[in-house]
Design a protein around this ligand. Structure first.
Ligand code: 5GP
Length: 178
């Protein structure tokens, strides 16, 4: 185990079995929908998106979007900035936003608005983890992997100062003040 990671919060096996369940559920829900576009939110969602998309059994295309929160601290300020929009034309398509983690919910809410401004047919959301106690805005996660507490987590795409993204499991770097 990596010495920087004091605790494994969600094991690789638990992640993989949950991702498979989500992939099957999404495949069933969109079985009759044409034009499903999975929009991954860079950088953190790259591993979740890759595993989820590979386990799905319906036609799908992939786009990426990048956003950043204003400010550098661990605490979200709620202000979100678009860094890179999708490159393809997604108007009229069914969009599934694929996020790594939902904390306050501001980012996901902003992204849903962004997708609607592209005049898509529908928008749903998938997130691997959510800090349920931290929600500041009402935003629905249609396909959720796991609820966790208020801790800074890394691995499976998630970073701490750009480190630890490639770990196959989710670990806790440090507890956060509430
Ligand atoms: P929100 O807008 O929901 O407050 O914040 C969402 C974003 O904050 C995520 O996409 C992620 O970039 C970052 N974030 C929030 N909590 C964590 C965490 O525990 N670990 C990591 N690596 N990023 C987090």
């Amino acid at each position: 185990m990596n010495e920087n990671i004091p605790e494994v919060l969600i094991s690789e096996a638990d992640i993989q079995s949950r991702v498979l369940q989500l992939a099957e559920q999404i495949s069933a829900d969109y079985a009759h929908a044409d034009d499903l576009v999975m929009v991954g939110v860079l950088k953190g969602s790259f591993m979740f998106l890759a595993d989820l998309a590979r386990r799905m059994s319906i036609p799908r295309t992939i786009e990426f979007i990048a956003v950043s929160s204003y400010g550098d601290s661990d605490a979200s300020t709620g202000a979100v900035r678009l860094v890179m929009d999708v490159r393809g034309n997604i108007a009229g398509k069914h969009v599934l936003i694929v996020e790594d983690i939902v904390d306050t919910g501001h980012t996901l809410k902003y992204l849903i608005g962004m997708m609607k401004s592209h005049r898509v047919a529908s928008v749903r959301t998938a997130a691997l983890v959510r800090k349920a106690d931290k929600a500041e805005v009402d935003v629905t996660v249609d396909y959720l992997g796991f609820d966790i507490g208020n801790e800074w987590v890394v691995g499976y795409g998630l970073d701490y100062a750009e480190q630890n993204r490639t770990l196959p499991y989710i670990g806790v770097v440090k507890p956060l003040d509430t």
